[in-house]
Design a protein around this ligand. Sequence first.
Ligand code: MN
Ligand code: MN
Length: 468
Amino acid sequence: MDAKTVGKQLKEELCLNPKNMGDVLPQEEIQKAMEFCEGYKAFLNAGKTEREASAYLVKILKEHGYEPFDYHKKYEAGAKVYYHNRSKALIMAVIGTQPIENGVNIIASHIDSPRLDLKPRPLYEEAQFGMFKTHYYGGIKKYQWTAIPLSLHGVVMTKDGKKVEVSIGEEAGDPVFCVTDLLPHLAADQMKRSLQEGIKGEELNVLVGSLPFKDDEVSERVKLNLIRLLNEKYGMTEADFMTAELEMVPSFPAKDLGLDRSMVGSYGQDDRVCAYTSFMASLECQAPKRTLVTVFADKEEIGSDGNTGLNSSFLRYFIADLAKPYGVEGRTVLSHSTCLSADVNAGFDPTFPEVSEKNNTAYLNYGVVISKYTGARGKSGTSDASAEFMGEVSRILNEDHVIWQIGELGRVDQGGGGTVAQYVANLNVDVVDVGVPVLSMHAPFEVTAKLDVYMTYRAFAAYAKSDR
Ligand code: MN
Ligand code: MN
C-alpha cells in the first residue's frame, strides 16, 4: 500500500497530530538528551538554593570570559557580561551586532524553589530534643515535607560582619535532619484532618539533636550542646540565627527515574530546569544579532516581590544601564524587546486525570511547552501573549525543528498559578511562557522527562540567536 487515501492525506496536512518524541526523534538526538541531563543533574545537586545556583552559574560564566557588568562601559558586539544581584539573582548578557534600540531577547527563569526556611529564632528544646521552628517558603503540600531527609543550607552573618556559608547534609557522611510525623497507630485524630491540615504550619518542626551537654547546673542542655556544635563549626551564637538566612531542603540528590532512565527525579526542578536549559543555550550563543539577556530570578515562588524578584526594577535598571552609553533610553529598548518567560508547567498525571483538560494540557515527552497564559479563574493574573507574538515564537521554534506543545495549567476553575511573565510584560515587553512539563510540581521530588529538558534547551537556543 503506497497510495494514501484522500482523507489520510488531508488529515496529515490539516490536523494536529502530537507524537511522543520517543517515536520521532532519531537515536542520536535521544542520546544527546540523555547526556545533556548529566550536566543538568550536577547543576541540581550543586544549587539547591538561589544563592548556590547563581554562584554555580557565575563560576561557569567567569570560566567562559564573562565580566562583571560595568555601567560606565559601552560594550561592543560579542561582549559578555553578568550582573549578580545580591548573590541571589543573576543576569547574563551577550551584546548583539544590532543596535540596542532594536530591542533585546530576554529569557527569564527563576532559581528559588519551595522549601522550609528557619524562623529568626528557630532553635528550641522540647522533651530533650533540639528542634528548629520553620516558616515554609512558596506553595507546598505540607504533609510531603515530613519523614524525609532534609539538609540545612544558607548564610550566617557573624557579629564581626563575616558571611559564613552553611551546608550540612549534602556530603557523604554528613548528618541530615527531618520533620517527624505521627505513626499511623496513633494518628486516628490526625487522619480525620483534611489533607491541607494534615500537617499544620506550626507542626513543620525539624529534629536537630537529642544529647544533652554534660553539666547539671544549666537548663536546656540539648539546645546548649547544639549551639556549641554550631559555634565550633561556624563560629555562630544563638543571636546569629536572628540575622541569618537558613533553609531546609531535601537532602537526596537528583536521580535518573524509571527503568529506562527516561526521566529525572529531583528537588527544585521548578524552575532550575528552565534555568539550566536557558543558561546552556545562552552560554553557547556566540555573537547573536540581538543582544541576549538571560535572567535567573529569585522570589518567584513567593510572588516575585523583593529586590531580587522580577517584580522589582533590577532588570529594568540593567537594560537602562546597558543602553545609556549608546544614548538610548531603557524604555526604548524594552518596548522593542521580547521575552521567553522560562518556567515549568504541569504535566498530565495519569493518576489524577480529572484536574486536566486532555486537549490543552502538556504531556511528558511531547516537547517544550508554550503556555499562552497562566493565571486563575477568568485569566486573572496573566499577561496572556498575543497571537502575533505566539506566531513569531512558533515560527522560530519550527524553523529549528524544535518539538513543542501547548499547555494550560489545569482545567478551567481547577486552580491556577503564575510566573514572572506578567512582570516582564508590564515593562512593555512581548512575553510568553515556555518551559518543561513537570509531575509532582513543588513536591520534594519532582519529575521531568529528559527529552523535554533537552527540547527546552533547543527552544531557548533557537530563540537566543533569532532576530525576529
Ligand atoms: Mn516556576
Ligand atoms: Mn513554582
